[in-house]
Ligand binder design. Structure first.
Ligand SMILES: [Zn+2]
Length: 259
């Protein structure tokens, strides 16, 4: 029996182990099904192996009743695209169908990641398409046709170009090379907007932002040279930063707002 509502949560691959752990400890009634392209078995096996000791300790500590071993290991489901590979990279594949819920894989272009998938979720006349990682890929116009929401990755190339040049001039050739390479395998906000318009998408949402506005590198670049003028005793504020000046003291406490 299908659910009456679904929620989509976006994580990057590094968080898969924690997602499994947290939902298991939270009382998920069955093992977590993980769908993905070829190779998903290897990813799932690896996370299962890395977390297996942790699971054993937790079950020993909290008992089988609270965190049963049987619901812990993730189960991999490779999603196969229909038909032979073509240069257009426009194949689709069925991920799963559960009553009115239909999840499809849409081939995108994220070379050298082959095959790379976007996903489309259709449920009771509502639809969401999530690009995953992709460069500008016109076949997505078909795949995202009429979607309520297109959730698109996005790269701000002018910002990344600045990062590349700054890193190169600072002598960090390795990071500069990475910043160079990423520019041709992600989609820009304007390119994503073109796809969304041509597909008749209602709402375009950017995620998987590059550079993340609050990323380590942008923070480093932002503060470049500050340490030459003033050693330490400075900070870059971010959402939730809290600076407290207790009365009768010269102390400045750096903390965070509690939500
Ligand atoms: Zn990514």
């Amino acid at each position: 029996m299908w659910a009456e509502s679904y929620s989509l949560t976006f994580i990057h691959i590094g968080d898969l182990g924690e997602l499994n752990l947290q939902t298991w400890a939270g009382g998920r009634p069955k093992p977590l099904d993980v769908y993905g392209g070829p190779g998903v078995e290897q990813v799932v096996d690896g996370f299962n192996q890395a977390y297996r000791q942790d699971q054993g300790y937790r079950t020993a500590h909290h008992t089988e009743k609270i965190v049963p071993a049987a619901t812990w290991p993730m189960v991999a489901h490779p999603v196969v695209l229909d038909g032979p590979e073509t240069p257009e990279r426009s194949r689709t594949g069925l991920v799963l169908e559960d009553g009115p819920l239909r999840i499809s894989a849409l081939e995108v272009n994220h070379d050298p990641v082959v095959p790379a998938y976007a996903y489309r979720f259709d449920y009771e006349g509502r639809s969401v398409v999530v690009t995953g990682d992709t460069k500008y890929h016109p076949p997505l116009i078909t795949g995202a046709q009429g979607a309520d929401v297109l959730v698109s990755e996005a790269i701000a190339r002018p910002m990344v170009e600045v990062l590349e040049k700054s890193l190169a001039s600072a002598g960090n050739d390795r990071a500069a090379a990475i910043m160079h390479d990423v520019q041709d395998y992600h989609i820009s906000p304007t390119e994503a907007a073109k796809i969304a318009n041509a597909a008749g998408v209602k709402l375009l949402v950017f995620y998987h932002l590059m550079p993340a506005p609050d990323a380590f590198l942008t923070r480093r670049l932002f503060a470049h040279g500050v340490n030459d003028v003033r050693k330490g005793n400075w900070a870059i504020a971010e959402d939730g930063s809290l600076y407290t000046l207790p009365l009768g003291s010269s102390e400045v406490q750096i903390g965070r707002v509690r939500y």
